[in-house]
Design a binder for this molecule. Structure first.
Ligand code: NAP
Length: 320
């Protein structure tokens, strides 16, 4: 019987692991298919406190893992959780399988579960997107992380929601021009955020348009996007050096039943207000999997800390 099983290895999962390990709970961490989470898909991280020169995303996550392991956390790589079952004796059964061979099933028993499985930015599904993101070639889904790399060059934001409006406004601090490419001619964003973005003289909306491809220069960096008008089908190219995707995120919650943890319409886990605890005692949620607002590495880390402290308290009460 484990004390704590942590599902996910982004900043929330590893911070929960560091705190649980230092509390002598010997946590078991299951990495899933993307060890290190979303930060491993970015290059320079300049906004995580403690690294004045910045740090590469994968290196930051490696350091968090080392810090957790130093205190006795155990990391099982390549294990994807498929179900969490609440047992009659208040414990949990975690069912999983090997991500490389799904027939290789695994079952764990635990007193508490911290769900820190994160969210995945949506991309358009065009060929080569994954490589463009990984190589830092001009495609990203995080203006806060990467905006400062695009000083005095034209960029575009794809999407029409609050994220797109907010990111377009933010990017005007750096970019020479911010094209806001939306598939309709009206933003979904709240009136105030839409008005703020559109009032900025650097923001130029490109209505009724979808991106159908990326045009690369000789260094394999983006130099333009291909556009298709969603009304009349006309095609064109727009010169940009950075493409910021803001078409929403998908929380990684497919393996969690709504009987165990309430979810909003998009699948984000719902915590008890002001806590990381969920409606099922012993199950805690931390980081992007339950965050529709901030979605930052440091806010996820803070929630991971809180989840660990709450789990420790819960276990102490079980035993007391
Ligand atoms: P969102 O509200 O779901 O908006 C996604 C946008 O992307 C929509 O405009 C949608 O177009 C477009 N889109 C979706 N799939 C697309 C595709 N395949 N191709 C082209 N466009 C596509 O997502 P979000 O903006 O990330 O916001 C998520 C939640 O967080 C919202 O509740 C939002 O209010 C909240 N949020 C709040 C703040 C804040 O208050 N500071 C900041 C950011 C986000 P359509 O409009 O045509 O559907």
């Amino acid at each position: 019987m484990e004390n704590v099983i942590i599902i996910g290895t982004g900043p929330a999962g590893y911070t929960a692991a560091i705190y649980s390990a230092r509390a002598d709970l010997a946590p078991l961490i299951l990495t899933g298919s993307q060890p290190g989470g979303q930060l491993t898909t970015t290059t320079d991280v300049e906004n995580f406190p403690g690294f004045p020169e910045g740090i590469m995303g994968p290196e930051l996550m490696q350091k968090m893992q080392q810090q957790a392991e130093r205190f006795g956390a155990r990391v099982e790589n390549g294990v994807a959780v498929t179900n969490v079952i609440h047992n009659a004796d208040k414990s949990f059964t975690v069912e999983a399988h090997n991500v490389f061979s799904p027939d290789d099933k695994k079952v764990y028993q635990t007193k508490t579960v911290i769900i820190a499985s994160g969210a995945s930015a949506r991309y358009l599904g065009l060929p080569g997107e994954e490589e463009l993101v990984k190589s830092g070639a001009g495609l990203t889904a995080c203006a806060t992380c990467d905006g400062a790399f695009y000083r005095d060059v034209p960029v575009c934001v794809i999407g029409g929601g609050d994220s797109a409006a907010e990111e377009a406004t933010f990017l005007t601090k750096f970019a020479s021009k911010v094209y806001l490419i939306h598939r309709r001619e009206e933003l979904r964003a709240s009136k105030i955020m839409a008005a703020r973005a559109l009032a900025n003289e650097k923001v130029e909306p490109v209505w009724n348009s979808g991106v159908t491809g990326y045009v690369l220069d000789e260094n394999k960096r983006i130099k333009a996007v291909k556009l298709k008008n969603t009304v009349d089908g006309t095609e064109s190219e727009l010169a940009v050096e950075g493409v910021f995707m803001a078409i929403g995120h998908n929380p990684n919650t497919g393996f969690i039943s709504k009987d165990l943890v309430d979810q909003d319409d998009s699948g984000y886990l719902i915590q008890i207000p002001g806590k990381t605890a969920t409606k099922t005692p012993g199950v805690f949620a931390a980081g992007d999997v339950a965050d529709t607002v901030y979605r930052q590495g440091i806010t996820a880390a803070g929630q991971g800390c809180a989840a660990s402290l709450e789990a420790e308290h819960y276990i102490a009460n079980l035993e007391g």
